[in-house]
Design a protein around this ligand. Structure first.
Ligand SMILES: Nc1ncnc2c1ncn2[C@@H]1O[C@H](COP(=O)(O)OP(=O)(O)O)[C@@H](O)[C@H]1O
Ligand SMILES: [Mg+2]
Length: 371
């Protein structure tokens, strides 16, 4: 549906230095799916989105929607933004004051090039207001709405034109945490119900994991990994992705041996010998980092309880943080600290010995990026 190939977008900054904000960005989004560009501030997410919208003119690449080229450097095609028929919602969406909710949503139809009858407008507006759950407040003053309602109104306004593609740039970042979480669910439901192809931009990894069919993680203008949310989380392809998406422990080590039968590698690490299952490209002697999610560190409060487990280590409780639904243990092992996220029923006090084990299948071998 949307096909972005080899997109390069550059700026010239105040000192006349060329900034390559999007570098060789390529991805495809099937019709009806939600695709997320995720990455830290300044990695080129907005640039990529604005390039798709036609608000930036890339220096290279092509953008096609439903087989129609809207940008191509090769054929010198550039369809202006208003003719691309995309809907957009930005971080700082503006609700038009002195207008009702209804009027805010109907305005794009009234001023558009295509003329609609009063009845058509009424129908279209009420349909989108119902979709975002604002039909019952259609007559109210838009500025009297709560943050979450204004956010949904901004979305309704983008949807009313029945865009071929919906472009959302950090649309929830101005909302408080509780509302953001609620809107996350609503956005997901709405996107699935309306089956509208959506590009979503965020620096919030939880939002990306919760909403997306597919995620592209960006760094320095480039896509560094593209996969389904679960695979991004469970099988990150670099330290950068493992670290940016969720929290993780990195344990440095050297590959001692590759087991032919199990496919596991045996690693000599700072905390001891550890068997790792996810290590496709590793050779004996390689220096690697093992990524280990805190929730995959199984804590045992006695030596006996750890028996029969694989990859068992003994450490000392260095610190303990109660987080309500979970308990974080910082465990010292050979001068290294390992974070374990466990059920709050665990009791071992600070300073006492503790054991933990890790399933080789939960260990990911990554190229070490020593700095
Ligand atoms: N109008 C601009 N002029 C010059 N540099 C820009 C401009 N807009 C963005 N940049 C630079 O391009 C890079 C990518 O920015 P942006 O796409 O806004 O990142 P993100 O949305 O991921 O935070 C950054 O280094 C930023 O400083
Ligand atoms: Mg941005």
């Amino acid at each position: 549906m949307l096909n972005v190939q080899g997109l390069n977008t550059e700026y010239v900054d105040g000192n006349k230095v060329r900034v390559r904000a999007a570098r060789d960005v390529s991805f495809e989004v099937p019709a009806g799916k939600l695709f997320t560009l995720l990455g830290p501030s300044g990695c080129g997410k907005t640039t990529t989105l604005r390039s798709i919208a036609g608000l930036e003119k890339p220096v290279g690449g092509s953008i096609r929607v439903n087989g129609v080229t809207v940008f191509s450097s090769d054929s010198h095609t550039f369809v202006p933004p208003n003719r691309r028929q995309f809907g957009m919602v930005f971080q700082s969406y503006a609700i038009w004051p002195h207008m009702t909710v209804f009027r805010n949503a109907s305005f794009p139809l009234e001023v558009g090039t295509k003329k609609y009858s009063k009845r058509e407008i009424e129908e279209k507006v009420m349909r989108v207001l119902t979709a975002v759950g604002l039909d019952h407040v259609a007559d109210r003053d838009a500025t009297k709405m709560s943050g979450g309602q204004q956010q949904r109104l901004a979305l309704a306004r983008a949807l009313v034109m029945e865009p071929k593609l919906l472009l959302l740039d950090e649309p929830l970042s101005n909302l408080d945490a509780k509302l953001r979480e609620k809107m996350r669910f609503e956005l997901k439901r709405m996107q699935r119900d309306l089956r509208i192809t959506t590009i979503y931009v965020t620096h919030d990894q939880e939002e990306a994991l919760a909403l997306s069919h597919e995620i592209a993680v960006m760094k320095d203008g480039q896509i560094v990994q593209k996969a389904a949310p679960r695979d991004i989380y469970d099988l990150p392809n670099s330290r950068f992705v493992a670290d940016f998406v969720g929290s993780t422990n990195f344990i440095d080590g050297t590959v001692r041996h590759c087991e032919a039968d199990s496919g596991n590698i045996i690693v000599d690490s700072a905390i001891g010998t550890i068997a790792v299952a996810n290590a496709t490209a590793c050779r004996e002697g390689d220096e690697i980092s093992i990524s280990l999610r805190p929730e995959n560190v199984m804590v045992h409060e006695t030596r006996e309880a750890a028996q029969g487990q694989r990859n068992v280590f003994e450490g000392t409780v260095f610190a303990k943080v109660f987080l309500g639904e979970t308990l974080d243990f910082q465990i010292s092992v050979n001068g290294q600290t390992v974070l374990a996220r466990v059920h709050p029923s665990h009791k071992t006090p600070v300073g006492q010995p503790i054991w933990f084990s890790v399933d080789p299948a939960c260990c990911i071998a990554l190229r070490s990026e020593k700095v």
